[in-house]
Write a protein that binds this ligand. Structure first.
Ligand code: F6R
Length: 613
């Protein structure tokens, strides 16, 4: 979690860093700070709360200089207050650090440093890092050497940037493990460092990503990368095709609302370059897959967290239906602890918007260790989950800033659909006619999404009616069962209303006891193979005095007579229906949260990328 930005060049670093931090506020917003080298002295400004508070502090106590570092925090060790805010200074005030990650051996390092007379001013684990650097600097008089030695002492995963008034012409940055990325961007006579691209893409698109175990010394003119043993490395630089405008809110009230509406475009963007229209085939060259190899797969594990996991659950039904390869969907945080049965004919497929989620990366490592073919469906270009896979499907939906994931839920469903068609084609489990029909259906998705969004006004009115509820049940069945989980997750994370998603058939095994006039039940009941069963769910809830909100297919004349509210979706083929049924649920959660006056884009306690276990 946490966001890092740093600058070295000829301009005033402070506004560049603060603007960069604003773009990263989605990563954490418990506190924020900057440190700038002003007249060869390190000046720190930091405060609890959001970046607006830091801006006010800087306005009251301006600071300027041409080298600086900044941080926006999601608290792990220590409360979100001013003392714990980054940057953290060494005791002599000559070295300063911003850090992303957790020092797993921080208690023993702290004891060691205390015994040597260090005085700690915060409850953070980061302070141990800066004191270690200070200690090694006293011996080596070389900042990169001191950082190198320190990185060898700290356990856990880290990304950090260090600045020293003794070496004002450079910044040192390093990465260990998967605590978020370190991206170095080259400008003309200036260099940028950030944990995430939105912070710096408006300045540069020439980006180098540090790998784990690498350190870079960054000056105005360029940078050098080395291992933690000091061996020089020739880094790869990529041009990032990213539109900075898509990281702005535009005319929408919130990023979440913008991203919900963007789905019309993102659902087609994710198909770009993947459909061959001459013979209606899916092409996924980045999977590096031959038809012989595709025929050898015996099992697919899909692993992910949260919303990405729910996309994987939808994918399971699509892949199994079309390819008949057994698919297991597993919470990434459990994958490495349950000794999954993985061999050389198993695919481990990770899904992640950020490509940085610590548990998802750990699940990928477990898959690698057991000899699986490793694939990922990832949004963040250049992220670890993209780099460490044997094959990747990039979501291609642009930055997702709202903490509640929306367009990065529906795009991977399209990607999984394309993957299923691709595998089925290579394995010969579908006919050419079936393949063409499947692709024709898929191409309808953006238009159908647009039709679904036309009903936003009705969803907003339904939200007004239910905004004061305390709890809610979401029910789905078959391919729409994961949409019940996803709808409930959206509601709880941004409105703080308790909600549970359930497979509809499970109601009678317990949850139905909860149903009364105060517990609305949201039933996902499009016209599909499970429609009649969902109607009986509605009847059962109504018979117990429950209020029912139904997601139903346009033209349905039965459901409006049975329920209290209807959220409409257009008629659609069943394999793509979850993409559409999820949209009213995103809007429902969004409008409830905004009507409650809550901070939709930055809900409490959450961060966009969860880079700790
Ligand atoms: C919910 C949400 C989270 C993420 C989860 C995985 O709206 O955003 O549940 O889906 O933390 O994140 P990624 O996809 O970045 O691995």
């Amino acid at each position: 979690m946490c966001g890092i930005v740093a600058y070295i060049g000829e301009q005033n670093a402070t506004p560049i860093i603060v603007n960069g931090l604003k773009k990263l506020e989605y990563r954490g917003y418990d506190s924020a700070g900057v440190a700038v080298l002003q007249d060869n002295r390190i000046e720190v400004r930091r405060d609890a709360g959001k970046i607006a508070r830091l801006e006010a502090l800087i306005a009251a106590q301006p600071v300027r200089g041409m080298v600086g570092i900044g941080h926006t925090r999601w608290a792990t060790h220590g409360a979100p207050n001013q003392q714990n805010a980054h940057p953290h200074l060494s005791s002599n005030g000559e070295i300063v650090i911003v850090h992303n990650g957790i020092v797993e051996n921080y208690l023993s390092l702290r004891d060691e440093l205390l015994a040597e007379g260090a005085v700690f001013h915060s409850e953070t684990d980061t302070e141990t890092i800066v004191y270690l650097i200070e200690r090694y600097y006293a011996v080596s008089q070389n900042l990169s050497k001191a950082v190198q030695l320190t990185m060898k002492r700290v356990k856990g995963a880290h990304g950090l940037v260090v600045m020293s008034s003794r070496e004002p012409d450079r910044l040192v940055t390093a990465r260990l493990g998967n605590a978020g990325g370190v991206a170095i961007g080259r400008g003309a006579g200036e260099m940028f460092i950030a944990s995430d691209l939105p912070a710096i893409v408006e300045h540069t698109r020439e980006i180098t990503f540090l790998e784990s175990g690498q350190l870079a010394v960054v000056s105005r003119a360029g940078f050098e990368v080395q291992t933690l043993d000091g061996a020089k490395i020739q880094p790869k630089t990529q041009h990032i095709p990213w539109d900075p405008v898509s990281a702005e809110k535009g005319s929408y009230r919130h990023f979440m609302q913008k991203e919900i509406h963007e789905q019309v475009r993102s659902l087609s963007d994710t198909m770009i370059g993947r459909i061959d229209f001459d013979d209606y085939r899916v092409v996924l060259p980045d999977l590096n897959l031959s038809s012989e190899r595709a025929k050898q797969f015996r099992r697919i594990f899909i692993t992910a967290c949260g919303t990405a996991l729910h996309a994987g659950m939808v994918g399971k039904t699509i892949i199994e239906h079309l390819t008949r390869i057994p698919v297991e969907v597993m919470v990434a945080s459990e994958f490495r602890y349950i000794d999954p049965i993985v061999d050389a004919n198993t695919v481990v497929l990770a899904i992640s918007q950020s490509g940085e989620t610590a548990d998802t990366l750990a699940a990928m490592e477990e898959g690698r260790r057991k000899g699986a073919t490793l694939w990922s469906i990832v949004n963040a270009i250049g992220s670890q989950a993209m780099r460490s896979a044997d094959g990747t499907i990039a979501m291609q939906v642009g930055p997702e800033i709202g903490v509640a994931s929306t367009k990065a839920f529906t795009a991977p469903i399209v990607d999984l659909y394309m993957l299923a068609v691709y595998l089925a084609d290579l394995r010969g489990s579908i006919t050419a006619e079936k393949r063409i029909d499947l692709i024709r259906d898929l191409l309808k998705v953006p238009t159908l999404a647009s039709k679904t969004l036309e009903h936003e006004g009705e969803v907003e009115r339904a939200a007004a009616r239910y905004k004061d509820i305390r709890s809610m049940l979401y029910l789905g069945r078959g391919i729409n069962m994961p949409i019940a989980y996803e709808g409930a997750l959206k509601l709880k994370e941004i409105s703080y209303i308790h909600a549970e998603g359930y497979p509809a058939g499970e109601m009678k095994h317990g949850p139905i006891a909860l149903v009364d006039k105060d517990l609305p039940v949201l039933v996902i009941a499009p016209k599909d193979a499970w429609y009649e069963k969902m109607i009986s769910q509605i009847e059962q809830a109504k018979a117990r005095g429950g209020q029912v909100i139904a997601v139903a297919t346009a033209g349905d004349t039965l459901i409006p007579d049975l329920v209290d509210e209807v959220l409409w979706v257009p008629e659609a083929p069943w394999l793509i229906s979850p993409i559409l049924t999820t949209i009213p649920l995103q809007l429902f959660a969004y409008h409830i949260a905004t009507q409650l006056g809550l901070d939709v884009d930055q809900p409490r306690n959450l961060a966009k990328s969860v880079t700790v276990e």
